[in-house]
Write a protein that binds this ligand. Structure first.
Ligand code: HSE
Length: 398
């Protein structure tokens, strides 16, 4: 019997306790031995919880128990989560995590520490929630040079954009509904400003291209400036709007960015709606693989965390630590990437034709003009736009 501990008992922590209990035998078979929930680290007493006898408030109780082999860190943030993860590794315990902020900012250091101390450090649940994504990327696609990873990496923003598209809601209405349904936090900044997707993009890039990126270096634009009229114009043009995190191998290093994109309605990602996530991986041998599923939520994320716990136990004698890339990776200039662009402007058809010959604009019910340019880099698109009253300029996924 091997003990594990859960650090944090919010939505994900509770889900891990429930999923581990619900699939006890299957997970024991996966781990190679029986697993027992030893402790749950909480900040306040929960006398009504069925797990109240496992709850502790002092991390050192877990740290000092030699029978605890794995610690699941589902606290979030980089304060206590970072401190406890380090201390657990130093105490010879494997750490599994769904905390994308911690993995994106300190994953390299924690992975090195885990290697040094002969324990596993696993974080499948940190990107794509319940979607099996990081193992397929690192293990099943090991025979590929990864050329690009891109996808819908945030459920809250995808819910909002879907509601704007399907129900004609404006951003504020859709955000309020997302908050009512419990998808968006009371402070939705990290989701709607693209920060959460940026952290996940950094992790995907680290695992794909051999360089460890600082999320602060990844240009990030959220969805707060997406207007209902953009969804209307996009649909008329044959597209929908999605917030994409993209990381791409280029001659000048790794290119990574997060931006709203127009996605053709015929593309796999266009039908990924609501809180679902999807990630496309382009590999040199396999071509393009798309993995899709629930990107957030209690049991979906717990599905990934619980499997990591079992894997860490299974590999106690042969620890698993993903390669987070070499330190100091630089991000290539986003502006140099050539793509078609979506433009929303207050312009007559002749004005558009004069600047972009052969381009046919469409008009919204409110009279705003939208059109798609030919392929060009950002500076060229912005220069050509200077003559129009441009209001939105986003890349088109080609
Ligand atoms: N806030 C995140 C989302 C949770 O909406 O996708 C999962 O990382």
């Amino acid at each position: 019997m091997i003990k594990y501990a859960i650090l944090g008992f919010g939505t994900v922590g509770r889900g891990v306790a429930e999923v581990m209990a619900g699939q006890k035998e299957k997970l024991a078979a996966a781990a190679g031995e029986a697993l027992e929930l030893g402790y749950i680290l909480v900040r306040r007493d929960m006398p009504d919880s069925p797990w109240k006898d496992r709850m502790v408030r002092d991390f050192s109780v877990i740290e000092r128990d030699p029978d605890v082999a794995v610690v699941a860190e589902v606290i979030g943030g980089v304060g206590a989560a970072y401190d406890y993860s380090r201390r657990a590794i130093l105490a010879g315990k494997s750490v599994v995590s769904s905390n994308k902020e911690l993995v994106a900012t300190h994953g390299l250091e924690l992975a090195a520490l885990a290697k040094e101390h002969g324990v596993s450090y696993l974080f499948e649940g940190s990107v794509g929630g319940g979607i099996p994504l990081l193992r397929p990327l690192c293990r099943c696609l090991a025979a590929n040079r990864i050329d690009e990873v891109y996808g819908i990496l945030n459920g809250t923003t995808n819910y909002i954009l879907t509601a704007m598209d399907e129900k004609g809601q404006d951003f504020a209405q859709a955000l309020r509904k997302a908050q009512e349904l419990g998808y968006a936090e009371a402070d939705p900044t990290a989701d709607v400003e693209g920060i959460d997707a940026c952290r996940k993009t950094a992790i995907l890039a680290d695992l794909s291209f051999g360089h460890n990126l600082d999320p602060a270096d990844i240009p990030t634009t959220g969805i707060t400036t997406v207007a209902a009229v953009d969804l209307e114009l996009a649909r008329t043009l044959g597209y929908t709007v999605k917030l994409l995190g993209r990381a791409k191998r280029t001659e000048n290093g790794c290119l990574a960015f997060v931006q709203p994109h127009l996605v053709p309605l015929s593309h796999n990602l266009a039908s990924v709606n609501g809180v679902m996530n999807a990630c496309a991986i382009r590999g040199s041998a396999v071509g393009e693989v798309v993995l899709c599923g629930p990107g957030a939520g209690s049991h979906p994320t717990a599905s990934a965390v619980s499997a990591d716990i079992a894997d860490a136990v299974r590999h106690r004698a042969d620890p698993v630590v993903p390669d987070m890339g070499a330190p100091g990776g630089t991000v290539a200039a986003e502006s140099a990437l050539v793509s078609p662009w979506y433009v929303r402007a207050d312009a007559a058809p002749e004005a558009v034709e004069a600047l972009f010959s052969g381009v046919k604009p469409v008009y919204s019910t409110t009279g705003e003009c939208g059109f798609i340019t030919g392929p060009m880099d950002r500076l060229a698109a912005e220069k050509l736009l200077a003559g129009l009253d441009g209001r939105a300029l986003w890349r088109v996924l080609a």
